[in-house]
Design a protein around this ligand. Structure first.
Ligand code: HEC
Ligand code: HEC
Length: 310
């Protein structure tokens, strides 16, 4: 509620909450009218179903009053009425912080044990892998997938093919500091790759690098441009440069293609050339701290040996 610039909305919400609870009570009270128990009213359905002028059942009313009492108790103890904080002073942030503190106290010593171990050893330690997996599922799945298999735009981390380097140290560096890739957009620079036609030609050349199906005549037209423009980052043979995170174009692994078929691949290459790409791996140093990143680096490093082809 502290986000509100004036007290007005706090009062507004608070009054609505209190008025609704009192309203429920009054509604219930208004049903407490004398009835003529057993008397048949004028409603009849399906010939035998009749409505009697009976009072509402006691247990039902009791339940209803109980909810009102519960609401009153709840609003006294917990925040809910405007900006009133509640007697227990509970906040979701407070609970979260307390849980984090508890977890740190519990896991701190274990984390410290692994922080002193080499990443290669962490990678094969079953207990460390179990913890790494928990961290993975909490912080990394949403982009890389639960099995680290990746997704369009988010790299597969279990295929042994590394954009930024697959040594234990490089992996840790990636997770700690994050990575920002920069592939220029050539869509607005007709002269550089020769406009939309040039982009198509270049896509055939790029596909030829990994031996995919392509048109050799179109590819040949783009070959000199590749050396002129692209080799600075991707290398003359298109093998990429891990210092820049520039893709290896010869391995048939396409970060941005929606499928492995030639059509999807070509479409994604043309889109890359026209719009550029800026894949970003967010830095985890601040959020997770060195010790947890160390465990994660071990977990990721060990993914390759989990029986997947690479
Ligand atoms: C300034 C360096 C630089 C230049 C010049 C450059 N690229 Fe790139 N390229 C990159 C980087 C970095 C990436 C990775 C982008 C990412 O991960 O988001 C990339 C990605 C790509 C991809 C996507 C690969 C995939 O897996 O989906 C293709 C295709 C590509 N570049 C082709 C080219 C071609 C063709 C040229 C020349 C016209 C070129 N690049 C010029 C740096 C460069
Ligand atoms: C918001 C999405 C996002 C989250 C969350 C995320 N990543 Fe990434 N990660 C990326 C992207 C995008 C790249 C590729 C960047 C590029 O284009 O080069 C990447 C790249 C990587 C790489 C480098 C892969 C290579 O081939 O060199 C590693 C390792 C990695 N992530 C590990 C992790 C771990 C561990 C976590 C959990 C702490 C994590 N990532 C969470 C988006 C994410």
């Amino acid at each position: 509620m502290s986000d509100f610039v004036s007290d007005f909305w706090a009062w507004y919400v608070g009054l609505i909450v209190i008025a609704s609870v009192i309203g429920c009570l009054l509604l219930m009270k208004s049903q407490d009218v004398p009835t003529d128990e057993g008397k048949e009213l004028d409603h009849r359905w399906d010939e035998t179903l009749v409505e009697l002028d009976n009072p509402l059942p006691k247990w039902w009313k009791g339940l209803f009053y109980a909810t009102v009492v519960f609401a009153a108790g709840y609003f006294l103890l917990y925040p809910g009425v405007g900006s009133y904080a509640g007697l227990l002073k509970w906040t979701s942030v407070g609970q979260h912080t307390a849980e984090l503190k508890q977890a740190d106290e519990r896991f701190g010593p274990v984390l410290a044990k692994y922080a002193g171990m080499r990443i290669e050893e962490v990678a094969v330690n079953p207990e460390a892998r179990e913890m790494g997996k928990h961290l993975w599922l909490t912080y990394c799945t949403q982009c890389h997938g639960p099995d680290a298999g990746g997704n369009t735009g988010f790299p597969n981390l279990r295929d042994g093919d590394w954009i930024w380097g697959g040594s234990a140290e490089k992996i840790k560096e990636t997770i700690l500091g994050g990575r920002q890739a920069m592939m220029p957009a050539y869509g607005g620079q007709e002269a550089v790759i020769g406009g939309p036609k040039g982009a198509i030609e270049m896509s055939h050349y790029v596909m030829s690098l990994s031996g995919m199906k392509h048109d050799p005549a179109l590819a040949a037209k783009a070959a000199p441009k590749f050396i002129q423009v692209c080799s600075a980052c991707h290398g003359a043979e298109g093998k990429g440069n891990q210092a820049l995170g520039s893709a290896n174009l010869t391995d048939r692994y396409w970060l941005y293609a929606k499928g492995a078929d030639a059509k999807s691949v070509q479409e994604s290459i043309v889109e890359t050339l026209v719009k550029g790409r800026g894949g970003k791996m967010p830095a985890q140093a601040d959020q997770l701290g060195e010790a947890k990143v160390h465990l994660l680096a071990g977990y990721v490093y060990g993914l390759r040996s989990e029986g997947q082809p690479h």
